[in-house]
Design a protein around this ligand. Sequence first.
Ligand SMILES: NC(=O)c1ccc[n+]([C@@H]2O[C@H](COP(=O)([O-])OP(=O)(O)OC[C@H]3O[C@@H](n4cnc5c(N)ncnc54)[C@H](OP(=O)(O)O)[C@@H]3O)[C@@H](O)[C@H]2O)c1
Length: 252
Amino acid sequence: MDLKLRDRICLVTGASTGIGRATAVLIAAEGARVVATARSLSALGSLPDAIAEAGGVEPVLLATDFTHDGAPERLVADALALCGRVDILVNNAGGSRPMARPDDQDAWQESFQLNFRAVRRSSELLLPTMAERGWGRVINLTGAVVAKTLNAATPAKAALESWSKAAAGHYAARGVTVNCVAPGRINTAQILDRIHPDEASRQDFIWRNIPMGRFGEAEEAAALIAFLASDAARYITGTTIPVDGGALRYAF
Ligand SMILES: NC(=O)c1ccc[n+]([C@@H]2O[C@H](COP(=O)([O-])OP(=O)(O)OC[C@H]3O[C@@H](n4cnc5c(N)ncnc54)[C@H](OP(=O)(O)O)[C@@H]3O)[C@@H](O)[C@H]2O)c1
C-alpha cells in the first residue's frame, strides 16, 4: 500500500530511541521529511544515518525538553520556521512514572507536563494550521489509562485520550484526524531497563497478560502510527488503538 507520505512534513517527538525512533525511520522511508526531537541533539546522532539507510531524506533535528516552560511553543515555532508547515504530528515523547511515594507532587507535576500538557499544547498550536490547509494528522502515544498501582503517567495518559477525542471531533470536518496509539509492552528502554528489568518479571507478565506470548517490537507500533499518518486512514479519528499482542487485561 502506498501511504502517500511523500512531501509530507512529520514532527516526531522523542525520536532518539524506542517507538519514536522506529516511527521516524519508517515515516521517512515512506517519503516524508521528518523533524525529530529528543532532549539532546547528541541522542539523535545516529538517526540521520538510519533514515538514509532506509532511503529517506535527511531529517531536521531539534533539542527539546518538554518539562521546560515554553518548550512546545519553541518547538512548534522552530519547526515552522525551518520547514514552513507540519502535516503530521506524532506526540511520542513520554513515559511511565511508577511512584515511590503516593503524594510525590514533583512526580505528578513532571508527568502531567510531559505526558499531557506538552502534547496538548503542541497539538493545539499545530491543529489550526492543519485545518487551514484541509489536511493533518495528530497521533498521540498513550498506554494504560486504568492502573492497578500508582503511576503518575496513567492519569496523564487518560487525560490525553479524553482530550484527543474532543479535539478529533472539533477538527473532523476539516480533513484533520486525531488518534491515540496505546502500546501494551513494547521492547524499548523504558520497558526493558525500568519496568521489567529482569527476565523472570517479563515472562511472568507475558504469561498473565499477553496471548501472543511476547513483548512487541518498536517497529510493530511504528507500522500502525505510519498507517494512521497516511491518507488511507482518513476516515479514522477520535479513537485509541492498542498495539499489545491481544493483552487480556488492559489495566496493568
Ligand atoms: N514501550 C512501551 O511498551 C510503552 C507502553 C505504554 C506507553 N508507551 C508510550 O509510548 C511512548 C514511547 O515509549 P518508548 O518506550 O519508546 O519510550 P523510550 O524508549 O523511553 O523513549 C522515550 C523518548 O522520549 C524522549 N523523552 C523523554 N523524556 C523527555 C522530555 N522530558 N522531553 C522531551 N523528550 C523526552 C526520549 O528522548 P531522550 O531521552 O533522548 O531525551 C526518547 O526519545 C511514550 O509516550 C510511552 O509512554 C510505551
